[in-house]
Each structure stands twice: as C-alpha cells, then as structure tokens.
Design a protein around this ligand. Structure first.
Ligand code: SF4
Length: 457
C-alpha cells in the first residue's frame, strides 16, 4: 500500500499486474517480484538468522519496489498512526542514539522525517508537563455538516437530510455530558481541556452550542481548564451570531478551515464554500477578538497543482493564524482515479511531497513549530499530517489525542472514550450514527458506567 495506495492488494497465484512472493527457506530469505508491471523478474536474497526475518523481507521488498517505481517513501517501512509516540517508546526502551539508529537503518526513515518526528516529540514533551496525574479531557462530538466533502472519512451527516435529528441529539448529548461528568467528579478527576469536534460543530442551530456548554459548566469545575476549542470548521457555517455564541462559552481556540485557497478545487471537492467566505469568516473572527485560530490545509486535493498549493500556503501565512495544520490527502479507493496507474501515482507523489516540503520550509521560516503529527493509511506519497503553531498557541488536546497520555472522555455519536492507565489503554465506543445514538441512548449511559472500574488512578 505504501507504493500503490489506490490498488487492491490480495493474495494471488496469478501475475496479472504485480506479484510479490516472499519466502523463508532453510537459512535463506528471498523476495521475488514479477508480473506484467514488473518488467521481468526482480530477486533479493539474504541469510536468515531466524530472529528478524519479517523485517528483512520487508526491507528487500521495499528495495525492489523503490527501484521499480522510482518512489522513495520518506517514512520507509514505518507504518502506524503515531510516529512520535513510537519514537518516544523506542527512546525509552533503547536510549536516543539507538532509537534513531533503528529508525534510520532498520525502518529506512529519511533524515528529514526523523528530524521532524524528533523535533515534534521534544516540543510535546515540554508542553505536556502541564498534565495532572488525575487530569482528563472532554471531547464533544457533533457529527453534522452542512454538506458532505468528497474526500471526507469522518462519520458526519449532511444536515439537509438529518437536521430534524439535531434538537433531540443535543438534548441527549447534554444528558450524556451530565452523566459522564458526574462519574468523573466522583472519581476525583480534574478537567483540563474541552474540544468540540465533528463534523462541524457550527452546523448546529443558533443556541445549541451554548446549551451544550451550559450542560458542561453545570456539572464540572471549569477552573482547571487550560484550553477550550470549538472547531468552527466550514466557513459556510460561520456567522457573527455563532462566533458570539462561542465567545460567550469561554472557548479560547477555534478552527476555520479553508483546506485550499483555490475556488476551483473547493468546488471539485464539494466544500460548498468559496475562498472569499473563508477570508470573511477569518477576518470576522479576528475582529471579534479570537486570538488563537487554527487553519487546516490539505496537500494533494484533486485539481490542486504545486503552484496553487504554494500560493495557498503563502496567503495563509499572510493572515498569520496561530496554528496551521497541513494534512496530506488520504486517498479513498473509491475516489482514487487520479492516483491509478504507476506513472500517474509517482507524479502525484512527487507533487505532494513538494507541496509538503514547501509548507514545512515556509512555516519554519515564519517561526511556526511542529507540535503534533499523525499518519493515516493511504496518504498520498505515504506522508503525514503536521500541526504547526506559533510558540505558546499549541493545542494540548491535539497532542493528547495522538500521544495517548491522558484519558479522554468522549460524548456523542461516533465518539470513542480512551481511558489511559499508564501504558494500558481501554476504550468505550459510542454508537456511530445519530439515529442509533438517539434510538439506544440508555446503552450509551450504561457503557459510561464502566468508567468506574476502568479508571485506576
Ligand atoms: S466539513 Fe469536515 S467533517 Fe464535514 S464533510 Fe467536510 S471534511 Fe467531513
């Protein structure tokens, strides 16, 4: 999948496109790549010592496919969502030098990605010192959006179809908040961050966000809260009334996400807003006193060119948001025509790598620091998503969700609670869709009751 993210991978005896055969025999390991695409046979062999056969087979496969496709994935063999967490674990186990050596020589990670992961980890380690041993975060899920973006992989509902569910959803969400916070209080926990995400929280009707906020404040001591974020998300949901509502809630951080400053691309991906609407929303938020705004961008959207992405980065920097999160498009199989075919994919991978490199250089030059990162499967060029921030504006919640260093109690449809007891992580999943959440709401409360046994600190 690193080399062919848009293709279906299966185990087969036929060589209709590309076949990879990995063998462990006696003392020998071998990888054979053939098939119509492979242009002949490619073989790598090495001696097996019985202890790291899988790693060696991966390295040999990687070598052949790199040569064959001309693609040199910067993260090498490393998979997984959390590169910084993995680095931290290796440092703890082997020490810094050895951990870096493993990532460089065994996992074949490039120097630039190693530096990025190391720098991000150091920043996180410093900032996460504010975590209390009995602290936790609250995540509030609002799984509604004004319309559906074509690339989206979140559970979110177009409100043209699901608007009628919203009042009941909000009503029950407030009940789940009350139930959950009472349990947290009884366990002596301290709330440290609040995050409204989705979906698009601002897709709710006027007054509904404030109602949810009242349910939180009525049931927990907010004096320990260090950060309160509301994802305003889509500019076409942002009005002066909504922003005033968020302000009155005491939220101190919002996101306004253009994804790109290219109207043609916005139209193509079904964002249903214009570049002008983004500027209007951003400027409105600034004029109303929001002084910690994040903007999300995506490298690799359909129709985006290297030049138009560079222009987006330049223009965003001129606005001087406190945080800029640069995502790399995660390629959905169903919408992957632009990536299909080896040469096309290589061209896109090269372009996307150039976009991501450009954003890194520009943001670094403007004194933004990488403060959290994560990876998804099928990302173009197998890259990553990085949160960049001006010093002092880094989002604690974003670091926490990736590094899994604190319990996150999550409420609402599609939300998953993560209980962190040291190295052990246990989860409680809520129903995915609003209609299920409403239909079987009592089950949500029952599941939350398990927190009493799960939290062991
Ligand atoms: S606004 Fe965000 S959550 Fe909603 S459909 Fe678009 S990408 Fe998905």
């Amino acid at each position: 999948m690193t080399f062919f993210p848009a293709e279906k991978i299966s185990q087969t005896e036929q060589s209709d496109f590309l076949q990879i055969t990995a063998k462990v025999e006696e003392n020998e390991l071998s990888v054979l790549v053939n098939g119509s695409f492979a242009n002949g046979e490619h073989i790598e062999k090495c001696v097996s010592n019985g202890s790291d056969d899988e790693l060696k087979l991966c390295q040999m496969t990687f070598k052949i496919l790199s040569e064959l496709t001309g693609i040199k994935p910067a993260w090498g063999l490393q998979t997984g969502v959390r590169p910084t967490k993995l680095l931290r674990m290796r440092v703890r186990e082997f020490g810094l030098e050895k951990a870096l050596e493993i990532m460089r020589n065994d996992m074949l990670i490039s120097e630039s990605k190693l530096r990025l992961a190391y720098r991000t980890m150091r920043i996180e380690d410093e900032l996460l010192k504010v975590l209390k041993p009995n602290g936790y975060s609250l995540y509030v899920s609002i799984p509604f959006c004004k319309s559906r973006c074509s690339y989206c992989s979140f559970v979110s509902h177009d409100i043209t179809k699901s608007k009628k569910l919203m009042p009941e959803y909000v009503e029950l969400l407030c009940k789940e908040i009350e139930h959950t916070l009472k349990i947290a209080n009884s366990l002596g926990l301290t709330l440290q961050t609040v995050y409204f995400g989705g979906g698009t929280p601002t897709a709710l009707d006027d007054g509904q966000l404030a109602k949810i906020d009242r349910a939180i404040r009525a049931n927990v001591d907010m004096s320990g809260v260090l950060e309160y974020t509301v994802e305003a998300g889509r500019p076409d949901t942002i009005t002066a009334e909504k922003l005033a509502e968020i302000k009155s809630m005491g939220a101190n951080r919002i996101s306004i996400n253009p994804q790109t400053l290219n109207d043609e691309v916005l139209q193509k991906i079904g964002r249903a807003h214009t570049v002008e609407q983004f500027y209007d929303s951003f400027n409105l938020a600034r004029s109303m006193g929001f002084d910690n705004i994040n903007t999300d961008l995506i490298a690799g959207l359909s129709g985006e060119t290297v030049e138009s992405f560079k222009n987006t980065v330049d223009e965003i920097i001129k606005l001087s948001p406190e945080c800029v999160t640069v995502h790399t498009l995660s390629v959905k199989r169903s919408s992957s025509d632009m990536y299909r075919g080896e040469s096309r994919f290589r061209a896109v991978a090269d372009d996307v790598s150039e976009m991501v490199d450009y954003s890194r250089n520009r943001l670094e030059n403007e004194q933004y620091n990488p403060y959290y990162m994560y990876r998804q499967s099928r990302q173009a060029a197998n890259l990553e998503n990085v949160g960049w921030s001006k010093s002092g504006y880094e989002s604690l919640y974003n670091m926490l969700i990736m590094e899994e260093m604190q319990t996150i109690l999550a409420v609402g449809a599609g939300a998953s609670t993560k209980v962190v007891n040291g190295e052990q992580i246990d989860r409680i999943f809520n129903y995915k869709y609003p209609y299920e959440y409403i239909r079987d709401f009592d089950e949500m409360l029952n599941r939350k009751n398990k927190l009493k046994e799960m939290i062991k600190y």
